[in-house]
Design a protein around this ligand. Structure first.
Ligand SMILES: [Zn+2]
Length: 271
């Protein structure tokens, strides 16, 4: 009996000594949050110079009315990895320079990795409408999915619950729930063509077309319509593919057939 108690004490002692998983990442995040707070607390006047190089008179006087940032978009991704552990590891290593606010596992588990108040590095070079830095105005959600498999029901159910919380907390408009491929059409293909955007739109996250009953006019301008929705059309074929991945989900050819045009025309009126 004594031996057993001693054994349990030794096990408890060893457990208390071993580092908790992600202790190192937690410490690094705490340090970086301190850096952000220090920068905010600097109370420095701006340094401004006129064209002759003369410094303008400037000062810093603290206002008492402010808040933290309010995200206005949610950007959905797939991880293109095989397990949630793999993605968590990626986001806890500094050299990867990648992160997201949330990861949703295949089994529906939700892992938050960064406060909504801070800017995660999930969108990269991106554009939607006149927003040129989607990381600054969005929350990033990664779905644990290898990119070619269907998204599980548990995962989508958890996603819908998370989206509802974010939508309510930050008053995010329906149209502002979009995918990584939408905001970076030349570089990104996530979430894949298998992602259930219609199911999301039916629940109030993202827009969808009604069964088209309006035929586009003969002079319908595809590029203009895509731009009005938000797409970066500087590479038109890439924008067409991104649009079809999200809203048509039949093929990924960079060509607009009659049905694709009809869908676009009907969506066009919703934006
Ligand atoms: Zn992505």
């Amino acid at each position: 009996m004594l031996l057993r108690s001693l054994f349990l004490v030794v096990i408890a002692f060893l457990a208390s000594c071993s580092p908790k998983p992600y202790d190192k990442a937690r410490k690094i995040q705490e340090e970086k949050v301190k850096e952000v707070i220090t920068k905010i607390d600097m109370h420095q006047a701006p340094e401004l110079f006129d064209t002759s190089g003369t410094a303008l008179k400037t000062s810093f006087i603290p206002t008492v009315n402010f808040g933290s940032r309010k995200p206005d978009f949610v950007i959905i991704h797939h991880t293109a990895q095989d397990s949630i552990q793999q993605t968590i590891k990626t986001f806890t290593l500094e050299h990867t320079q990648a992160s997201a606010h949330y990861i949703v596992g295949r089994n529906g588990e939700v892992v938050q990795m960064l406060s909504d108040d801070l800017r995660a590095w999930h969108a990269g070079a991106s554009k939607w409408g006149n927003n040129y830095d989607m990381n600054s105005c969005s929350i990033g959600i990664e779905l644990d999915n290898n990119g070619v498999e269907p998204f599980s029901e548990s995962q989508i159910n958890s996603l819908l619950i998370l989206l509802q919380k974010l939508k309510t907390t930050y008053n995010i408009p329906n149209a502002n729930f979009i995918g990584h491929g939408d905001v970076a059409p030349k570089r990104k293909v996530d979430p894949s063509i298998l992602f259930p955007w219609k199911k999301l739109a039916d629940a109030g996250f993202g827009l969808w077309y009604n069964v088209p009953n309006l035929m586009p006019p003969a002079n319908f301008d595809i590029e203009n319509a895509l731009r009005r929705i938000g797409y970066d059309t500087r590479d038109l074929p890439a924008a067409i593919v991104a649009f079809k991945r999200h809203f048509v989900q039949l093929d990924l050819n960079p060509v607009m057939n009659d049905w694709d045009k009809c869908v676009l025309y009907n969506l066009y009126w919703k934006y």
